[in-house]
Write a protein that binds this ligand. Sequence first.
Ligand code: CIR
Length: 258
Amino acid sequence: MPRCIAFTRRVPPSIVRCELTHLAREPIDLPRANAQHRAYEHALEGLGCRIERLLDLPDQPDSVFVEDAAIVFDEVAVIARPGAASRRAEIASVESTLEQWRPIVRIEAPATLDGGDVLVAGRRVYVGISRRTNEEAARQLAHLLRPHGYTVAPVAVTGCLHLKSAVTLAAADTLLVNPAWIEGAALDGFHAISVDPSEPMAANVLRIGDVTLCAAAFPRTRERLEQRGIQTRPVDASELAKAEGALTCCSLIVANIH
Ligand code: CIR
Protein backbone atom coordinates (compact mmCIF):
# COMPACT_ATOMS: atom_id res chain seq x y z
CA MET A 1 0.00 0.00 0.00
CA PRO A 2 1.74 3.24 -1.13
CA ARG A 3 2.33 5.92 1.49
CA CYS A 4 2.25 8.76 -1.00
CA ILE A 5 1.68 9.73 -4.59
CA ALA A 6 4.54 11.20 -6.59
CA PHE A 7 3.21 13.22 -9.52
CA THR A 8 5.69 13.40 -12.37
CA ARG A 9 5.59 14.49 -16.00
CA ARG A 10 7.49 13.02 -18.92
CA VAL A 11 10.51 14.85 -20.30
CA PRO A 12 9.28 16.94 -23.28
CA PRO A 13 11.34 16.95 -26.50
CA SER A 14 11.25 20.76 -26.29
CA ILE A 15 13.47 20.62 -23.18
CA VAL A 16 16.33 21.52 -25.50
CA ARG A 17 14.85 25.08 -25.37
CA CYS A 18 14.50 25.17 -21.56
CA GLU A 19 15.08 28.24 -19.41
CA LEU A 20 18.70 28.58 -18.28
CA THR A 21 19.96 31.10 -15.72
CA HIS A 22 23.34 29.99 -14.39
CA LEU A 23 24.40 27.36 -16.92
CA ALA A 24 25.51 27.58 -20.54
CA ARG A 25 23.40 25.53 -22.93
CA GLU A 26 24.70 22.01 -23.57
CA PRO A 27 23.13 19.35 -25.77
CA ILE A 28 20.65 17.17 -23.85
CA ASP A 29 20.54 13.49 -24.83
CA LEU A 30 16.76 12.89 -24.84
CA PRO A 31 16.75 9.08 -24.69
CA ARG A 32 19.21 9.25 -21.80
CA ALA A 33 17.16 11.95 -20.04
CA ASN A 34 14.06 9.75 -20.40
CA ALA A 35 15.87 6.69 -19.06
CA GLN A 36 17.17 8.63 -16.06
CA HIS A 37 13.72 10.04 -15.42
CA ARG A 38 12.21 6.53 -15.43
CA ALA A 39 14.94 5.36 -13.02
CA TYR A 40 14.05 8.29 -10.74
CA GLU A 41 10.39 7.21 -10.83
CA HIS A 42 11.41 3.63 -10.00
CA ALA A 43 13.48 4.89 -7.07
CA LEU A 44 10.43 6.74 -5.76
CA GLU A 45 8.30 3.62 -6.18
CA GLY A 46 10.92 1.67 -4.25
CA LEU A 47 10.42 4.13 -1.38
CA GLY A 48 6.67 3.61 -1.24
CA CYS A 49 5.34 6.20 -3.68
CA ARG A 50 2.75 5.50 -6.32
CA ILE A 51 3.75 7.29 -9.53
CA GLU A 52 1.04 9.22 -11.35
CA ARG A 53 1.98 11.03 -14.54
CA LEU A 54 0.56 14.47 -15.20
CA LEU A 55 -0.63 15.29 -18.71
CA ASP A 56 2.26 15.44 -21.22
CA LEU A 57 3.07 19.01 -22.27
CA PRO A 58 5.40 18.44 -25.22
CA ASP A 59 5.62 22.13 -26.12
CA GLN A 60 6.38 23.38 -22.60
CA PRO A 61 10.18 23.06 -22.37
CA ASP A 62 10.43 23.00 -18.56
CA SER A 63 7.29 21.00 -17.83
CA VAL A 64 9.16 17.99 -16.41
CA PHE A 65 10.08 20.20 -13.42
CA VAL A 66 6.67 19.83 -11.82
CA GLU A 67 7.80 20.96 -8.37
CA ASP A 68 7.73 24.59 -9.48
CA ALA A 69 3.99 24.62 -10.18
CA ALA A 70 2.68 23.95 -6.66
CA ILE A 71 3.47 23.23 -3.03
CA VAL A 72 1.49 20.44 -1.40
CA PHE A 73 0.78 20.49 2.33
CA ASP A 74 -1.34 18.00 4.27
CA GLU A 75 -4.07 20.63 4.57
CA VAL A 76 -3.95 22.46 1.26
CA ALA A 77 -2.20 22.72 -2.13
CA VAL A 78 -0.80 26.12 -3.05
CA ILE A 79 -0.75 26.76 -6.80
CA ALA A 80 2.36 28.77 -7.64
CA ARG A 81 2.85 31.57 -10.15
CA PRO A 82 6.23 30.86 -11.76
CA GLY A 83 8.68 33.72 -12.10
CA ALA A 84 9.46 32.79 -15.72
CA ALA A 85 6.42 33.76 -17.80
CA SER A 86 7.32 30.92 -20.21
CA ARG A 87 6.37 28.45 -17.45
CA ARG A 88 2.89 29.67 -16.49
CA ALA A 89 1.13 27.34 -18.95
CA GLU A 90 2.34 24.40 -16.84
CA ILE A 91 0.06 25.32 -13.97
CA ALA A 92 -3.43 24.39 -15.20
CA SER A 93 -2.88 20.65 -15.44
CA VAL A 94 -1.24 20.58 -12.01
CA GLU A 95 -4.17 22.41 -10.46
CA SER A 96 -6.80 20.17 -12.05
CA THR A 97 -4.96 17.10 -10.74
CA LEU A 98 -4.20 18.33 -7.24
CA GLU A 99 -7.76 19.55 -6.67
CA GLN A 100 -8.72 15.88 -6.47
CA TRP A 101 -6.47 15.55 -3.41
CA ARG A 102 -6.35 18.86 -1.56
CA PRO A 103 -8.30 22.13 -1.24
CA ILE A 104 -6.65 24.61 -3.63
CA VAL A 105 -5.35 28.10 -2.85
CA ARG A 106 -3.37 30.30 -5.23
CA ILE A 107 -0.50 32.75 -5.35
CA GLU A 108 -1.75 35.79 -7.26
CA ALA A 109 -0.09 38.64 -9.24
CA PRO A 110 1.98 40.68 -8.57
CA ALA A 111 3.53 37.82 -6.61
CA THR A 112 5.74 35.34 -8.43
CA LEU A 113 6.75 32.08 -6.84
CA ASP A 114 8.45 28.89 -8.02
CA GLY A 115 7.90 25.78 -5.90
CA GLY A 116 11.67 25.25 -5.98
CA ASP A 117 11.94 28.27 -3.70
CA VAL A 118 9.79 26.73 -0.95
CA LEU A 119 11.36 24.47 1.65
CA VAL A 120 8.92 22.92 4.10
CA ALA A 121 10.50 21.74 7.35
CA GLY A 122 7.75 20.68 9.73
CA ARG A 123 5.62 23.73 10.47
CA ARG A 124 8.38 26.07 9.30
CA VAL A 125 8.28 27.17 5.65
CA TYR A 126 11.31 28.88 4.16
CA VAL A 127 10.78 30.95 1.02
CA GLY A 128 13.75 31.83 -1.14
CA ILE A 129 13.71 35.39 -2.43
CA SER A 130 15.32 34.80 -5.79
CA ARG A 131 15.10 35.85 -9.42
CA ARG A 132 11.89 33.79 -9.62
CA THR A 133 10.20 34.45 -6.26
CA ASN A 134 9.47 37.84 -4.72
CA GLU A 135 8.72 39.22 -1.25
CA GLU A 136 5.03 39.57 -2.12
CA ALA A 137 4.89 35.81 -2.68
CA ALA A 138 6.33 35.21 0.79
CA ARG A 139 3.68 37.54 2.24
CA GLN A 140 0.85 35.78 0.39
CA LEU A 141 2.14 32.36 1.40
CA ALA A 142 2.32 33.41 5.05
CA HIS A 143 -1.28 34.62 4.86
CA LEU A 144 -2.50 31.43 3.16
CA LEU A 145 -0.71 29.11 5.59
CA ARG A 146 -1.25 30.91 8.90
CA PRO A 147 -4.68 29.30 9.49
CA HIS A 148 -2.98 25.90 9.24
CA GLY A 149 -0.29 26.68 11.83
CA TYR A 150 2.72 27.25 9.55
CA THR A 151 5.14 30.14 9.87
CA VAL A 152 6.89 31.51 6.79
CA ALA A 153 10.42 32.90 6.76
CA PRO A 154 11.95 34.62 3.72
CA VAL A 155 15.57 33.72 2.92
CA ALA A 156 17.73 35.67 0.46
CA VAL A 157 19.14 33.42 -2.28
CA THR A 158 22.08 34.46 -4.44
CA GLY A 159 24.25 32.58 -6.91
CA CYS A 160 21.83 29.76 -7.67
CA LEU A 161 18.40 29.34 -9.23
CA HIS A 162 16.21 28.42 -6.26
CA LEU A 163 16.33 28.11 -2.48
CA LYS A 164 16.30 24.34 -2.85
CA SER A 165 19.39 24.49 -5.06
CA ALA A 166 21.09 25.73 -1.88
CA VAL A 167 19.34 23.85 0.92
CA THR A 168 17.04 20.86 1.36
CA LEU A 169 15.97 18.58 4.16
CA ALA A 170 18.37 15.61 4.45
CA ALA A 171 16.64 14.21 7.56
CA ALA A 172 13.78 15.36 9.80
CA ASP A 173 16.05 17.68 11.83
CA THR A 174 18.95 18.14 9.41
CA LEU A 175 19.47 20.44 6.46
CA LEU A 176 21.99 19.89 3.67
CA VAL A 177 23.33 23.32 2.75
CA ASN A 178 25.60 25.15 0.36
CA PRO A 179 26.29 28.10 2.71
CA ALA A 180 27.67 30.24 -0.13
CA TRP A 181 24.22 30.66 -1.65
CA ILE A 182 21.97 31.55 1.31
CA GLU A 183 21.81 33.60 4.48
CA GLY A 184 22.49 30.83 7.00
CA ALA A 185 21.18 32.60 10.10
CA ALA A 186 17.65 32.41 8.72
CA LEU A 187 17.72 28.62 8.99
CA ASP A 188 18.57 28.41 12.71
CA GLY A 189 17.09 25.56 14.70
CA PHE A 190 18.26 22.69 12.49
CA HIS A 191 21.42 20.63 12.35
CA ALA A 192 23.26 21.54 9.18
CA ILE A 193 25.59 19.55 6.96
CA SER A 194 27.50 21.45 4.29
CA VAL A 195 27.99 20.08 0.81
CA ASP A 196 31.53 19.03 -0.04
CA PRO A 197 33.26 22.19 -1.34
CA SER A 198 34.04 20.43 -4.64
CA GLU A 199 30.30 19.73 -5.16
CA PRO A 200 28.47 23.08 -4.93
CA MET A 201 25.36 21.74 -6.73
CA ALA A 202 24.89 18.83 -4.30
CA ALA A 203 22.48 20.39 -1.79
CA ASN A 204 19.32 19.30 -3.60
CA VAL A 205 18.33 15.92 -2.13
CA LEU A 206 14.91 14.33 -1.80
CA ARG A 207 13.89 12.76 1.49
CA ILE A 208 11.14 10.12 1.28
CA GLY A 209 10.41 8.32 4.53
CA ASP A 210 13.74 7.30 6.04
CA VAL A 211 15.79 7.44 2.86
CA THR A 212 17.41 10.40 1.11
CA LEU A 213 17.82 10.30 -2.67
CA CYS A 214 21.04 12.00 -3.78
CA ALA A 215 22.36 12.83 -7.23
CA ALA A 216 24.97 10.24 -8.18
CA ALA A 217 27.25 13.01 -9.45
CA PHE A 218 28.05 14.09 -5.86
CA PRO A 219 29.56 11.09 -4.01
CA ARG A 220 31.53 13.15 -1.51
CA THR A 221 28.47 14.94 -0.20
CA ARG A 222 26.58 11.66 -0.07
CA GLU A 223 29.41 10.22 2.01
CA ARG A 224 29.02 13.15 4.44
CA LEU A 225 25.34 12.27 4.90
CA GLU A 226 26.10 8.56 5.40
CA GLN A 227 28.73 9.45 8.03
CA ARG A 228 26.00 11.29 9.95
CA GLY A 229 23.82 8.16 9.91
CA ILE A 230 21.54 9.26 7.05
CA GLN A 231 20.54 6.43 4.73
CA THR A 232 21.03 7.53 1.13
CA ARG A 233 20.40 6.19 -2.35
CA PRO A 234 22.09 7.56 -5.49
CA VAL A 235 20.13 8.48 -8.62
CA ASP A 236 21.76 9.52 -11.89
CA ALA A 237 20.19 12.81 -12.93
CA SER A 238 22.97 14.19 -15.11
CA GLU A 239 20.94 14.98 -18.25
CA LEU A 240 18.25 17.03 -16.50
CA ALA A 241 21.00 18.78 -14.53
CA LYS A 242 21.95 20.39 -17.87
CA ALA A 243 18.49 22.02 -17.78
CA GLU A 244 19.19 23.28 -14.23
CA GLY A 245 16.90 20.66 -12.73
CA ALA A 246 17.73 18.48 -9.74
CA LEU A 247 15.99 15.80 -7.70
CA THR A 248 13.21 17.64 -5.90
CA CYS A 249 12.19 19.41 -9.13
CA CYS A 250 10.89 16.32 -10.90
CA SER A 251 8.08 15.32 -8.54
CA LEU A 252 5.23 16.72 -6.50
CA ILE A 253 4.73 14.51 -3.49
CA VAL A 254 1.28 14.12 -1.99
CA ALA A 255 1.81 12.45 1.38
CA ASN A 256 -0.62 10.87 3.80
CA ILE A 257 -3.02 9.54 1.17
CA HIS A 258 -5.92 7.40 2.30
C1 CIR B 1 13.98 26.62 -15.09
O1 CIR B 1 14.90 27.43 -15.28
O2 CIR B 1 12.88 26.96 -14.70
C2 CIR B 1 14.24 25.16 -15.43
N1 CIR B 1 15.15 25.07 -16.53
C3 CIR B 1 14.79 24.43 -14.23
C4 CIR B 1 13.82 24.37 -13.09
C5 CIR B 1 14.32 23.53 -11.97
N2 CIR B 1 13.36 23.48 -10.92
C6 CIR B 1 13.66 23.48 -9.64
O3 CIR B 1 14.82 23.61 -9.27
N3 CIR B 1 12.67 23.41 -8.78
